[in-house]
Design a binder for this molecule. Structure first.
Ligand SMILES: *Cc1c(COP(=O)(O)O)cnc(C)c1O
Length: 386
């Protein structure tokens, strides 16, 4: 039995991931540890292939958000260190320890649970003490760090593998707030050092690591940049790794005054070709792109007209542009000099590129081009990997 052919697919160029890892690597002062952040299915790109490519290209270790994301990598045979960035509950300690994951801690309860799980399993557990220096989300208050450090030090099953914080605004801030966060972290580092403790320190995400080299400390946790999205306007050149493509399923030439889609939110101002495309919000092409977004077809960047529906959307193509059923459509990515970027979507949707990439639905098959193809384009339909 052959599987169904899928018109809509995400093409992931692992060569771009590797090249972005190298760009970041070159911006780091050795021996800064590079944690490649592959949470949320590698920002929608596919956790396992991206993790393998990142390690091959020179990342030292991986980071995920959830223990189960760490498990997925372990099951695929990943042997590197894997840090779980998200807070865990005491009942998740056994799962963290059995997959040999690094965990963050900021509460006595989780420290105790990890210590118990580690001693039961007869293996040391690496913990990273998280300090809240101004993100206001998770992490111990600086004044509570010393007491937590005592607890970690008192547990023979725990290895104190890191002291970390998370920057709240490294991509926008004109330094003051970010530096303030870092100063607070350094004050904690200094207080710990006076007591004889000096765990490795890490604070910076993509924007922090690339914009503020002074904040690289002993390690950086880089996600967005690996996927080729510039964390701020002045970032070094990166290659977008993901292309989202579909095909034209119907073409019709219509006169002025023709209404398109649910709610009749679009009416043609003059003669137009309506090209229907086999992708919709169930694929992650968000409904907010209705009458706002654009896609590339027939060598042109053309607007999305009418409402994006669950499985389909409609493009308004100038009548002189030849389009045919079966033509490829680039929803995200490049074709020649034309591009629709995750930043474009983010602007149209009033969100961030992170949400755009994570929002590519699970039903969209991910296809990998190891060698890399500059256009990111393939022809024909894709067979999902089942
Ligand atoms: C997601 C995450 C990162 C990576 O952030 P980018 O901006 O994608 O580089 C780093 N640290 C923590 C704690 C995170 O949750």
């Amino acid at each position: 039995m052959t599987g169904p052919l899928r018109a809509t697919r995400a093409l992931v160029r692992l060569a771009a991931i590797r090249s972005n890892v190298q760009v970041v690597r070159r911006a780091l002062a050795p021996p800064t540890r590079l944690w490649a952040v592959v949470k949320a299915n590698a920002y929608g790109h596919g956790a396992v292939p991206v993790a393998m490519a990142a390690l091959e290209a020179g990342a030292d270790a991986l980071a995920v958000a959830l223990p189960e994301e760490g498990w997925e990598l372990r099951r695929a045979g990943v042997g590197s260190r894997i840090l779980v960035l998200g807070p865990i509950l005491p009942e998740q300690a056994v799962s963290v320890v059995s997959a040999d994951l690094d965990a963050i801690v900021f509460s006595p309860a989780v420290i105790a649970a990890l210590a118990r799980a580690g001693s039961n399993a007869g293996r040391p557990v690496r913990v990273h003490l998280k300090v809240d220096t101004g993100m206001g989300r998770v992490g111990a208050r600086p004044e509570d760090v010393a007491a937590l450090a005592e607890r970690i030090a008192a547990e023979p099953a725990l290895r104190w593998a890191g002291l970390m914080t998370h920057l709240a605004d490294a991509d926008h801030d004109e330094r003051e707030w970010t530096r303030g966060q870092y100063q607070q972290l350094l004050a904690v580092v200094e207080a710990l050092r006076r007591r004889g403790w000096s765990p490795p320190v890490h604070a910076a995400n993509s924007a922090g690591a690339l914009r503020f080299p002074g904040l690289q400390a002993d390690g950086v946790r880089v996600g967005l940049a690996l996927y080729g999205v510039a964390p701020w306007a002045g970032a070094p050149a990166l290659e977008p790794a993901l292309g989202l493509q579909s095909v034209v399923t119907m073409v019709k030439g219509v006169p002025a005054g023709f209404r398109v889609g649910y709610g009749h939110t679009y009416e043609t101002p003059g003669p137009l070709t309506i090209a229907t495309v086999a992708a919709g919000y169930a694929d992650g092409v968000r409904r907010g792109l209705s009458n706002r977004g654009a896609a590339i077809v027939g060598g042109r960047r053309v607007p999305i007209v009418g409402r994006v529906s669950m499985d389909q959307l409609t493009l308004g193509v100038p009548p002189d542009v030849p389009v045919h059923v079966g033509d490829p459509v680039v929803l995200l990515g490049r074709e020649g000099a034309l591009e629709v970027s995750a930043q474009d979507w983010a602007a149209w949707l009033d969100t961030v590129p992170y949400e755009v990439l994570c929002g590519i639905a699970a039903r969209v098959p991910r296809l990998y081009t190891p060698a890399g193809d500059a256009s990111g384009r393939t022809t024909g339909l894709a067979r999902p990997q089942m």
